[in-house]
Design a protein around this ligand. Structure first.
Ligand SMILES: C[S@@+](CC[C@H](N)C(=O)[O-])C[C@H]1O[C@@H](n2cnc3c(N)ncnc32)[C@H](O)[C@@H]1O
Length: 236
């Protein structure tokens, strides 16, 4: 089912910067033609389709039946299955690549998911984790003190909002080698692309009026937001 979340992911996917981040993640996976790569938390399946176009034997996994349905409808030649990062339906050492984009923050225990990734990857297999650091997300405003408080509401209800800044340590602690991390800054001048995140500011009592002020800025083309994106990789 194409719901608001799917539409928000579509909007994000269409940004040139998002395309660049996905391409970088494929480079870091370093998968050869025919090698088995799993995109965990695959959402609408775009990365699986792009990897398949590179000749990789890519599959997607997601616990949300709506996502699996949308991915299957959009990319009927690709394999998508229901499942979760904590319990992957794959044999030990059966995969050459593992990718999780904007997923680990949604898990209560990211370390358990990374341990599960290590189990299914063959020796020499590659892991790539990418996502935003929720507490690094910032928006320009005339009242920076209020903005800091309102922005803190973004992380409320997110199981692990700081997961991205911990990717490197998670990989090291799980025994991955060649661990590397790089940072990218996503810049947003279109409030609509950030709305899926900014809606969460209404968790703060002053959030709705703050957001109305931001919408007013956007009407005058004065909206400015940014989010740090981290990409970590390692070898099993
Ligand atoms: C923000 S979306 C990102 C989707 C996709 N990776 C992308 O970059 O567009 C997060 C995805 O993680 C999935 N997810 C949530 N909990 C999960 C879990 N325990 N295991 C695997 N995926 C999970 C959600 O269903 C959702 O599709």
């Amino acid at each position: 089912m194409v719901n608001d979340f799917v539409l928000a992911l579509d909007q994000l996917d269409q940004l040139p910067a998002s395309a660049g981040l996905r391409q970088r993640s494929y480079q870091l996976l370093d998968a050869r033609a025919g090698e088995a790569v799993l995109d965990v938390g695959c959402g609408t399946g775009l990365a699986v389709a792009e990897l398949a176009a590179l000749g990789v034997a890519a599959a997607g996994l997601d616990p949300d039946p709506d996502m699996i349905e949308v991915a299957g409808d959009r990319y009927p030649k690709s394999e998508f299955r229901l499942g979760s990062a904590e319990s992957l339906p794959y044999a030990d050492g059966s995969l050459r690549g593992y990718r999780a984009d904007k997923v680990l923050h949604a898990l209560p225990d990211p370390a358990a998911a990374v341990a599960e990734a290590a189990r299914v990857l063959a020796p020499g297999g590659r892991i790539v984790l990418l996502g935003q650091d929720w507490e690094g997300i910032a928006v320009d405003s005339d009242d920076p003190v209020l903005t800091r408080r309102v922005m803190a509401a973004l992380s409320e209800g997110i199981p692990q909002p700081l997961a991205a800044r911990r990717y490197r340590n998670l990989l090291l602690d799980t025994g991955f080698r060649d661990v590397a991390v790089e940072g990218h800054l996503a810049v947003f001048t279109d409030i609509d692309v950030m709305m899926h995140l900014l809606r969460r500011t209404s968790n703060d009592p002053e959030g709705p009026s703050w957001l109305a002020g931001q919408r007013d800025r956007a009407k005058r083309d004065r909206f400015f937001g940014m989010a740090p994106i981290l990409i970590a990789s390692g070898t099993r």
